[in-house]
Write a protein that binds this ligand. Structure first.
Ligand SMILES: [Zn+2]
Ligand SMILES: [Zn+2]
Ligand SMILES: [Zn+2]
Length: 85
């Protein structure tokens, strides 16, 4: 009896793009939720995306930038925070 060995050289090209952080870096609530000061998502609690690709709830960001220790920097990477346009 002859045994045929089928070489199975499957190369998986499937890659699950898995973003590390899908939560606001300030309040740790998911982007599709609201910041702790808002109750309902969507309406007045938009996300602000920075040039550094970090995103935060608008209210969290405003609160952060209004503190003196922020120095206008992104709380995640400490680069100057400019909103991406
Ligand atoms: Zn937040
Ligand atoms: Zn909010
Ligand atoms: Zn950043």
């Amino acid at each position: 009896m002859k045994i045929t060995i089928t070489r199975w050289n499957a190369i998986s090209t499937w890659q699950w793009d898995h973003p590390q952080d899908e939560v606001c870096g300030i309040c740790r609530v998911a982007y599709d939720g609201t910041c702790p000061t808002c109750k309902y998502p969507g309406d007045d609690c938009p996300l602000i995306l920075g040039e550094c690709k970090h995103a935060f709830h608008m209210h969290c960001l405003l609160k952060w930038l209004s503190t003196e220790s922020s120095k206008g920097l992104c709380p995640m990477c400490r680069r100057k925070f400019n909103t991406a346009t």
